[in-house]
Design a protein around this ligand. Structure first.
Ligand SMILES: Nc1ncnc2c1ncn2[C@@H]1O[C@H](COP(=O)(O)OP(=O)(O)OP(=O)(O)O)[C@@H](O)[C@H]1O
Ligand SMILES: [Mg+2]
Length: 243
């Protein structure tokens, strides 16, 4: 679905409240991502990048504003439907890989697909094989995650995200735990996926990786800013409740 909005956030805010402190993790976020786009998200630590990705990935809900994903108004749907939409539309790749340690590579990739009633066992096996081929890891299908290098584990995590054929791939510092050679490999893989039509939003601290994206979004203090921001400064989006 090229050039149609996959993601549309309007005036999205997110407030985390604890006893002592209220953190405005996001405020006034307006963001549209079209089908086939590759968007990098940058900004200093603590400024809301992971919070934004969690909202985009339906792992968290905004405190205010609206989110339309592929034409579906997310705040209007219930909890169970939200999980269903997440499983179908979103592929998540985390910095720490998040593979399940006592499941084989094949089972890790298959697991999210087993919740999709429309997929038969044969469909799932085919998708797992396809995804393993895609990331060049077919020869490791029966290994456990602990028997793989970090770079290989992340390629499996990419395969798991891909196997669902999601509308959008969200990656939160996908190379953060990798050495530079493995980081390059994973970024090359994401670049190829983009060339093949995937929509990607990738949080990255590394300017080399941001260079590969078509568009870079900068976040500062929970807000999108137009100009490049310094990554060394702190954030001021946490305020005491009494203030
Ligand atoms: N569950 C939570 N409860 C309370 N505060 C939270 C919660 N999650 C995040 N925050 C706060 O929201 C702000 C944004 O956090 P977030 O994880 O989105 O930052 P980030 O930009 O991803 O940082 P980093 O680059 O270090 O990963 C931070 O001040 C953080 O402490
Ligand atoms: Mg983060």
């Amino acid at each position: 679905m090229p050039n149609a909005a996959v993601i549309q956030l309007t005036d999205v805010g997110k407030v985390f409240s604890t006893d002592e402190i209220e953190t405005h993790a996001l405020a006034g976020i307006n963001l549209r991502v079209d089908g086939g786009e590759y968007v990098a998200i940058r900004g200093p630590s603590g400024c809301g990048k992971s919070t934004l990705l969690s909202i985009l990935g339906l792992l968290d809900t905004p405190s205010s504003g609206s989110y339309v994903l592929k034409g579906e108004k997310i705040e209007a749907i219930g909890h169970r439907e939200r999980s269903r939409v997440r499983n179908r539309e979103i592929g998540f790749i985390f910095q720490a890989f998040n593979l399940i340690g006592d499941l084989s590579v094949r089972k890790n990739i298959a697991l999210p697909l087993t919740y999709r009633r429309e997929l038969t066992k044969a469909d799932i096996a085919e998708r797992v094989d396809e995804a393993l081929e895609r990331v060049g890891m077919a020869h490791r299908a029966n290994h456990l995650p602990s028997q793989l290098s970090g770079g290989q584990q992340q390629r499996i995590a990419v395969a798991r995200a891909l196997a669902g054929k999601p509308s959008v791939l969200l990656a939160d510092e996908p190379t953060g735990n990798l050495d530079s050679a493995n980081g390059e490999l994973v970024m090359d893989l994401l670049g190829q996926l983009h060339e093949d039509g995937s929509t990607l939003c990738v949080v990255t601290h590394d300017p080399r990786h941001a260079e590969r994206a078509q568009r870079t979004i900068e976040i500062l203090d929970g807000r999108l800013v137009a100009s490049p921001v310094s990554l060394s400064g702190g954030c001021r989006n946490a305020v005491p409740v009494t203030a």
